[in-house]
Design a protein around this ligand. Structure first.
Ligand SMILES: Nc1ncnc2c1ncn2[C@@H]1O[C@H](COP(=O)(O)OP(=O)(O)OP(=O)(O)O)[C@@H](O)[C@H]1O
Ligand SMILES: O=P(O)(O)OC[C@H]1O[C@](O)(CO)[C@@H](O)[C@@H]1O
Ligand SMILES: [Mg+2]
Length: 455
């Protein structure tokens, strides 16, 4: 029943049939396409306030805004739904079974949004579905809020499936987090704007250093394991960058049209230049000169070789061989851009995401929450975990970057053909997991009765 919903949100109920389309740019005769449930408070909720026992966990790398999401989950549950039984899970997934659960209240989280990091702690690895769900069951938790990136959302999906298998009345709400902005479907992840803003400071320093030297080069490495969004947006925002290298756009060093030739040309024209490189860029070309170690982190993510350092040496060697005077300063602000508190825009975004997650969980749904074309929606887990959001080098945004920096695209016809083929494949919607069509629908009105999430 909806009796526990407070007066303040009653007048803003979302119609159960409201949907958010995945694609807004369509053609006249396009099919209707995939739609998601619109997020927001429902007239009918599935939990009484005093019945709710909620927990919150944060996993993966840091991201500006984590504490804001945690704060707003706690305050939103307490203020909008009168829920006061809320626990923090410490240090990521493993905290479900290896640490004490910590009771949290609006008072204890009151000021945390002003701090970077996560007050709950975070970690990689340690996802043991059975142990996690055993603990959820034993402790009588019935709402699980999981904040984390692509790996975390995969873990949330596993927890959700196990909960379904056991027939528990537990809602699982994923709040997507990653400064790499690599989570599929959603417009952008929280903390991304803050990270791009902070990256400006590094780029400015690189520019100052480059301008103050004879043939000065400032090289900045930014995060972005598989997706170069931070590098692309930080470059577009700055206007001081002459070259941006991202994992999605292959480049080569030597010969006609290569990076070294471009650097040389720019120095001759301008006497200085700034290069921004995403950490995942050029891994294939470094691997040719340094044997790849194939080391993985605790979550199974490949540890990357340092493209910034490698480029610095290559560029230095090139100019030495040409007997051309130059100076290169390498700046690696990696952890500085993600360890900050979120900016004002991200704080608002985090608040809305937390509220949307609460409304969905109170209605009994399990989902990843996210903004899709400017509207908040409940997205089935498998949709966000089956692909990764990447910069499309065949798209207009990358073209805008190329025209802003005036750099060559470094692409060969083969690279363009491969990118087009990849676009074609990613535009094909992923099929729901065959073995369990019900799970793929992803929304539970209650733990036992499922309703179709995509409309
Ligand atoms: N396929 C998977 N199934 C179950 N759990 C997973 C899976 N992939 C990752 N996880 C778990 O999710 C947690 C976070 O994963 P990971 O370290 O890859 O970070 P992430 O959530 O992708 O965030 P980010 O990449 O932005 O730092 C880890 O505890 C990891 O064990
Ligand atoms: O050193 P850590 O904590 O594993 O984090 C590094 C990784 O985290 C990310 O920022 C993703 O959150 C990647 O860009 C980066 O490779
Ligand atoms: Mg990840």
């Amino acid at each position: 029943t909806g009796t526990s919903v407070l007066i303040c949100i009653r007048q803003y109920f979302v119609d159960e049939d409201d949907t958010v389309p995945q694609k807004v740019v369509v053609q006249k005769n396009s099919r209707r396409g995939v739609h998601f449930r619109r997020a927001g408070p429902r007239q009918r909720v599935n939990f009484e306030s005093d019945e709710v026992k909620a927990c919150i966990v944060s996993c993966g790398g840091l991201c500006p805004g984590l504490n804001t999401v945690i704060r707003e989950l706690v305050c939103g549950l307490a203020h909008m739904y009168n829920v006061n039984n809320i626990f923090g899970i410490q240090n990521g997934y493993k905290g479900f079974y290896s640490s004490n659960y910590v009771a949290i209240t609006p008072k204890t989280v009151n000021d945390i949004h002003k701090r970077g990091g996560t007050v709950l702690g975070t970690s990689r690895g340690g996802h043991d579905t059975k142990k996690i769900v055993d603990n959820i069951q034993d402790r009588g938790i019935n709402q699980v809020y999981i904040i984390g990136g692509d790996g975390t959302q995969k873990g949330a999906y596993e927890i959700y499936k196990e909960i379904r298998k056991r027939g528990l009345k537990v809602a699982v709400a994923g709040v997507p987090k990653t400064i790499d902005n690599d989570i599929a479907i959603i417009d952008k992840s929280f903390g991304f704007d803050s990270a791009v803003e902070e990256a400006q400071r590094a780029i400015n320093s690189a520019h100052v250093e480059a301008c103050s030297a004879e043939n000065g080069i400032g090289l900045v490495k930014l995060m972005g394991r598989y997706s170069g969004f931070i590098a692309m947006y930080a470059t577009l925002a700055s206007r001081d960058v002459d070259c941006c290298l991202i994992p999605e756009s292959p480049f080569y060093m030597d010969g006609e049209g290569g990076l070294l030739q471009y650097v040389e040309r720019r120095l001759k024209e301008n006497k200085h230049m700034v290069i921004v490189v995403a950490e995942g860029a050029g891994q294939d070309i470094i691997a040719k000169s340094i044997p790849a170690s194939d080391q993985l982190d605790a979550s199974g993510n490949k540890l990357l070789l340092d493209i910034g350092l490698w480029l610095t040496h290559k560029i230095k060697d090139h100019f030495k061989s040409k007997k051309m005077e130059m100076t290169i300063k390498y700046i690696d602000p990696t952890y500085m851009i993600r360890a900050i508190p979120s900016n004002a825009a991200d704080n608002v975004y985090c608040t809305l995401l937390a509220h949307s997650a609460i409304h969905g969980a109170m209605a009994g749904y399990s989902f990843t929450v996210g903004m899709v074309n400017g509207r908040h929606a409940y997205i089935p887990f498998y949709r966000v975990t089956s692909t990764r959001n990447k910069v499309k080098i065949t798209d207009r945004m990358w073209a805008r970057l190329l025209s802003s920096t005036n750099q060559p695209s470094f692409l060969r016809q083969k690279d363009i053909d491969e990118a087009r083929e990849a676009d074609r494949l990613t535009n094909k919607p992923p099929l729901p997991p065959v073995a369990n069509q019900n799970v793929a629908k992803a929304f539970d009105q209650s733990a036992s009765a499922s309703s179709n999430g995509e409309i």
